[in-house]
Design a protein around this ligand. Structure first.
Ligand SMILES: *[C@@H]1O[C@H](CO)[C@@H](O)[C@H](O)[C@H]1NC(C)=O
Ligand SMILES: *[C@@H]1O[C@H](CO)[C@@H](O)[C@H](O)[C@H]1NC(C)=O
Ligand SMILES: *[C@@H]1O[C@H](CO)[C@@H](O)[C@H](O)[C@H]1NC(C)=O
Ligand SMILES: *[C@@H]1O[C@H](CO)[C@@H](O)[C@H](O)[C@H]1NC(C)=O
Ligand SMILES: *[C@@H]1O[C@H](CO)[C@@H](O)[C@H](O)[C@H]1NC(C)=O
Ligand SMILES: *[C@@H]1O[C@H](CO)[C@@H](O)[C@H](O)[C@H]1NC(C)=O
Ligand SMILES: *[C@@H]1O[C@H](CO)[C@@H](O)[C@H](O)[C@H]1NC(C)=O
Ligand SMILES: *[C@@H]1O[C@H](CO)[C@@H](O)[C@H](O)[C@H]1NC(C)=O
Ligand SMILES: *[C@@H]1O[C@H](CO)[C@@H](O)[C@H](O)[C@H]1NC(C)=O
Ligand SMILES: *[C@@H]1O[C@H](CO)[C@@H](O)[C@H](O)[C@H]1NC(C)=O
Ligand SMILES: *[C@@H]1O[C@H](CO)[C@@H](O)[C@H](O)[C@H]1NC(C)=O
Ligand SMILES: *[C@@H]1O[C@H](CO)[C@@H](O)[C@H](O)[C@H]1NC(C)=O
Length: 796
């Protein structure tokens, strides 16, 4: 009963004596406020965390931490609490409301829970309200529209939902409003058009779907920064945006905006940064009469449906530093006028339909990404010309075009280059030894799938930063350069599909970071030298389809630590958080490892992202001339997913230690001379989806497990005498133990091939490029039933 009387008393006092506050009552109100959060504790993660320890009666409350009083009247005018774990809610009757003279209230990063009480609208003197970073739920109360003096409103990073009440439009003194990172939805209220003083508006990362943008935006004449990114806006942009004549930053990325980008946007003279990526804008791009006094320095129109040429008028944006037009359908050549963009530093035109010659003025850009277009040639650098300054370039990506001719030698003039991708083009001739000049700085060299021939030159003497080298699918021949031994940072080495003719590079053992090694489909020969040979970090090795021979000692795999240990070091290859910024999920360093992993994984291994990052470990020794026994020590590599020893001349029995590789998903021992029984313990391999023991000298019972019984009959064909195959091969066509049953396989094949074709069609319809591959991978690899057909398909 006492409390209502007390608050009535305060009201009475403040009515009668107006500004004459009672310091004692205000101190009590603060103490009551503190007591409303009995569980509070400073945020242990913030060194400057707030605590209530100074809030005690032995000192004047105006000296308490976070409390500010008016110097003359002694009224509490500001409360500032940050990084305290309040773990409680603001009550509707919170004693905070007794502090009627508050003009500034900050309760940010305080773990406030519950709703914003509607009574907060009674703090009618508030100018600043900051509830940033709590766990507030519910809707924004209508009553906040009563805070008519408010200039600063910050409610970001809570869980507020529902529509923004139209009463917020009453706050026509607002200069700063941030409602970002909540779950606010519906339309932006039309009343927002009264924010004539608003200079900063951030509604990003909510669920807004629309609003009368033309009339609202035309009135926000003070706005300098507008962020509505990561919402669900579906409309067109207003055609006349010139009312926003103070706008500097406009961010509307990741919405569903359609239509053209209005010319009026680009004529706003104050404009500096525009982000419209990830929408459905379309049509040819027009900038209108761009002025050389334009301040535009950042333009991101990526991932839309723009088509037509890149307009010549882009040259008007003389201050432009970053231009991203990637992932659209821009056509034609790069306009020559772009050479006037002297401030340009980052240019991304990848994934378009651009063609013609790449002009040489681009070579001086620090970051140049032109991949996935149809460019046909590169303009030579004008020696001693102003455009030949390569002193700052660090990233050159020309991959997946139609570039012809010899290796671009101008690259040798860059000594700062970190990333070079010329993959999937038609470059021919040899790799020039002048590249030596650039390899000291290079982290990634990706020359995959060209027509490069000759030797790989000795250019790696100083290549200590090189993380990935991919020269796969070329015509390179001869021995490997010994200078590769200096690449101490090397993680990924792909020489697959060339004509290298050399013995096994055992010195690779000194590359302690090497995680992925592809030597497959070359002419390597001779034994694998085992003494002192260990690849401690190796996760994936493919030496398939060479002429390696000799025997492997039983202890061959004992030093391959990475393959035997669980994946602990996730920091080295962090998962890409947002594929939009990280490129495809199948990259390692700068290399898209999907293509080669695909080669290895067609047999029954589930490649689903993020699997490949965390746990894909594989050995492929297939298609060589190895003899002797399969080393027992293979069983130590407990983390392997794929083991392929097929198409060799291995003899003796299958090591039962394979049963210790508990996560194994694919095991191919076919086309060898293995004898004896299939170890019964292999039935314990519960993750196996692909097994192949065919074309050996095996006999005895086939182990019984779901995994064995779900294999195709052909996985056991052509052995000496395996039995117990009735469930696999069917009771009618039970196999003759001495011969395969190829006839049945044929029937099976034609019966199901139509279905496989349908799946291929589905995958192709889904989309081009990597993601097509991904879908094929997922569809095929997740269904055991079709795996051998997939194999057949991929061999064709
Ligand atoms: C009150 O706060 C002051 C200032 O932080 C502190 O020095 C003092 O020890 C506190 N007294 C009590 C009783 O907690
Ligand atoms: C926060 O408060 C809730 C009760 O509202 C309690 O269950 C929880 O343990 C508290 N958390 C901590 C960290 O004190
Ligand atoms: C505030 O309201 C709650 C109920 O919502 C009540 O338990 C509490 O006593 C009230 N406190 C004050 C100070 O009026
Ligand atoms: C807040 O003001 C409303 C009138 O706008 C009044 O009805 C209510 O009692 C007040 N609440 C508090 C806690 O002062
Ligand atoms: C405060 O806002 C509420 C809801 O918008 C309204 O009903 C009330 O009359 C307002 N109170 C004052 C004092 O303006
Ligand atoms: C928004 O709502 C969805 C669905 O209710 C929820 O999963 C998500 O965590 C919410 N986000 C925030 C920031 O509260
Ligand atoms: C737009 O701004 C003008 C001038 O500030 C004002 O008179 C008008 O009412 C505003 N429009 C709306 C819909 O608030
Ligand atoms: C665009 O809007 C501005 C101010 O909002 C106005 O002055 C101008 O006349 C409008 N232009 C067109 C073409 O409607
Ligand atoms: C373009 O701008 C220039 C000068 O800024 C002016 O002379 C010319 O008339 C403008 N052209 C158009 C079509 O507006
Ligand atoms: C490579 O560097 C050497 C010495 O620094 C220099 O003489 C040579 O011209 C450079 N080659 C190229 C192609 O720039
Ligand atoms: C390699 O680096 C060393 C030391 O930085 C330097 O002296 C040498 O010239 C470099 N060699 C080549 C071939 O660039
Ligand atoms: C499998 O591993 C266990 C424990 O590491 C070991 O005792 C056992 O001998 C291994 N089995 C084979 C067949 O190597």
């Amino acid at each position: 009963m006492l409390i209502p009387i007390q608050s009535y008393f305060i009201l009475f006092l403040s009515l009668i004596f107006n500004t004459l506050a009672s310091p004692r009552l205000e101190m009590n109100a603060l103490l009551e406020f503190k007591n409303e959060f009995p569980l509070s504790a400073p945020d242990p993660h913030a060194s400057f965390a707030f605590s209530f320890s100074s809030w005690n009666t032995s000192i004047d409350h105006c000296s308490w931490k976070g409390v500010t009083c008016n110097a003359n009247s002694g009224e509490v005018i500001s409360l500032f609490l940050q990084f305290i774990f309040l773990n409680g809610s603001l009550k509707a009757n919170s004693s905070l409301l007794k502090l009627q003279h508050l003009d500034s209230l900050t309760l940010s990063h305080c773990n406030l829970i519950g709703k914003i009480p509607s009574s907060l609208g009674n703090l009618s003197h508030l100018i600043d309200l900051d509830l940033y970073g709590n766990n507030l739920v519910g809707e924004i109360p209508y009553s906040l529209g009563n805070l008519s003096r408010l200039t600063y409103l910050l409610l970001a990073e809570n869980h507020l939902r529902g529509e923004v009440p139209p009463t917020i439009g009453n706050l026509n003194q607002l200069t700063f409003m941030v409602l970002a990172s909540n779950n606010l939805s519906g339309n932006i209220p039309s009343s927002f058009s009264s924010f004539s003083k608003l200079s900063y508006l951030d509604l990003s990362k909510n669920q807004f779907t629309g609003g009368d943008l033309p009339s609202i935006l035309s009135n926000l004449t003070s706005l300098s920064e507008l962020d509505i990114s990561y919402n669900h806006f579906k409309s067109k942009l207003p055609s006349n945006m010139s009312g926003l004549h103070n706008l500097e930053v406009f961010d509307a990325k990741e919405n569903s905006f359609v239509g053209n980008v209005p010319i009026s946007l680009f004529t706003i003279p104050s404009l500096k940064e525009v982000f419209l990526s990830g929408n459905q804008f379309e049509g040819p791009l027009e900038f209108g009469n761009t002025s050389s006094s334009s301040k535009l320095k950042w333009l991101n129109l990526a991932s839309n449906n723009f088509n037509g040429p890149i307009p010549e008028s882009i040259s008007g944006f003389l201050k432009l530093g970053v231009l991203d037009l990637s992932n659209n359908s821009f056509l034609g050549p790069i306009p020559g006028s772009m050479s006037q963009l002297v401030s340009l530093r980052v240019l991304d035109l990848s994934y378009n339909k651009l063609e013609g010659q790449v002009p040489s003025f681009l070579w001086s850009l620090p970051k140049l990404t032109l991949s996935h277009n149809s460019f046909s040639s590169l303009e030579e650098v004008v020696v001693n010309g102003s455009s030949s300054d390569l002193s700052s370039n660090s990233h050159v990506d020309l991959g997946s075009n139609s570039l012809r001719g010899s290796f671009p030698r101008w690259i040798c003039r860059s000594t700062t280059l970190d990333f070079l991708d010329l993959s999937n083009n038609h470059f021919s001739g040899s790799i020039p030894s002048c590249l030596m000049n650039s390899t000291a700085s290079l982290g990634d060299i990706i020359l995959r799938n060209n027509n490069l021939s000759g030797f790989l030159p000795e250019i790696f003497t100083n290549a200590t930063k090189l993380r990935s080298l991919d020269v796969s699918r070329n015509q390179l021949a001869g021995k490997l350069p010994k200078s590769l031994i200096n690449c101490k940072s090397m993680e990924y080495l792909n020489l697959k599909g060339n004509k290298f003719k050399d013995t096994f590079p055992s010195w690779l053992g000194s590359l302690v970071s090497l995680r992925v090694l592809f030597l497959g489909s070359n002419a390597f020969y001779g034994p694998l030298i085992s003494s002192h040979f260990g690849l401690p970090s190796l996760r994936v090795i493919d030496i398939s389809h060479n002429s390696f021979d000799g025997t492997l000692p039983q202890d061959y795999f004992v030093n391959w630590h990475e393959m035997s240990s669980v994946w602990v070091d996730e920091t080295k290859w962090p998962l890409p958080e947002d594929p939009i910024y990280q490129g495809s999920p199948f990259t390692m360093g700068g290399v898209n490892i999907f293509d080669d992993s695909m080669d290895m994984m067609y047999k029954g291994v589930d490649t689903k992202f993020p699997r490949i990052f965390r746990a894909f470990k594989a050995i492929d020794f297939s298609g060589n001339k190895f003899t002797g026994q399969i080393p027992k020590s293979i069983g130590l590599l407990k983390e392997l997913i794929l083991v392929n020893f097929s198409r060799n001349a291995f003899t003796g029995s299958i090591p039962s230690s394979l049963a210790n590789i508990t996560h194994l998903e694919a095991l191919d021992l076919s086309h060898n001379k293995l004898s004896g029984n299939i170890p019964r313990d292999l039935a314990k391999l519960s993750f196996i989806s692909y097994l192949d023991f065919s074309h050996n000298l095996l006999q005895g019972p086939v182990p019984r497990s779901t995994q064995f019984q779900s294999q195709n009959c052909s996985s056991f064909e052509d052995n000496l005498g395996l039995y117990g195959l009735e469930e696999v091969c069917g009771p009618i066509h039970a196999p003759d133990p001495t011969s395969g049953n190829s006839q049945q396989s044929e029937e099976f094949s034609s019966e199901e091939s139509e279905e496989v074709l349908n799946w291929i069609a589905a995958a192709i319809a889904f989309g081009p490029g990597v993601f097509c591959g991904l879908v094929i991978g997922q569809i095929f690899f997740t269904s055991h039933k079709h795996i051998w057909l997939v194999e057949k398909f991929s061999r064709n």
